[in-house]
Design a protein around this ligand. Sequence first.
Ligand code: NAD
Length: 278
Amino acid sequence: MTVPTVTLNSGHDIPQLGFGVFLVPADEAEKAVSDALEVGYRHIDTAAIYKNEEGVGAAIAKSGIPRDELFITTKLWNDRQSGEQPHDAIRESLDKLGLERVDLYLTHWPTPDHDTYSNAWQKLIEIRDAGLATSIGVSNHLPEHLDRIVKDTGVVPAVNQIELHPAYQQSDVLAWAAEHGTKIESWGPLGQGKYPLFENPAVAQAAEAHGKSPAQVVIRWHLQRGFIVFPKSVNRSRIEQNFDVFDFELTDAEIAGIDAIDPGDGSGRVGSHPSEVN
Ligand code: NAD
């Protein structure tokens, strides 16, 4: 199965479907990522704060898959944004991953009270220029944070990785991305199992109509909306199921029905708000 790719503003392609490892314990990460690579995933999303980069790296090394067939993302944690610390942080991440470079490096949260996210972005540019990250982007950045980093550096992030699922669509952040050519990555794409997405009639009816699971329908919604998505599971059959989403297509009416799940008042959010993470 060839997963579609999205071309980033760096000119590099990212597989639109990947595998996320948030909350995968360090001692389970190697197995989960090995399973994912075996199933066919080639894009892995980790972060320094997940404390499982070693396990991800061990799975990559054991897989024997050529490096240029893999797309590996990691993220700079919030307490390393100031001064020259991002340079140390990327080297530590690369060491744990056993890689010479990552395909994508992100600032994890803006932590606006510390006012260090613009410095962090400047350092990510240097890290990219030093060849340690092929593309660079941000996560959890709101339009005000995005405007600031672009004003300060002139460099537009390749991606913004945000909480995004049918119940929380962040239209203002999507509009900024569309205007600037930044690609959107959806975290918590299944609502982290905290929002009752799978029981929603729009999802359940589409699942029934296509003979697919509600999770597959939601993943398909992300793909058809053009988002980059990397659902997480440590369960082999779900890892397989979440990858088996290329043999059906939601109709425009089904997409519109799922779009309408967002209550529109922010109440569908299941994770932290970027203004409150400091
Ligand atoms: P998710 O929406 O992918 O939900 C994962 C949960 O959904 C699993 O624990 C499981 O309970 C359930 N699930 C998975 N597959 C299923 C299936 N087929 N059927 C039924 N239930 C299923 O949430 P997530 O892990 O938080 O998000 C995905 C990835 O996004 C993470 O692993 C991580 O890589 C990234 N992420 C980034 C940030 C950030 O701040 N940048 C925050 C959270 C997550």
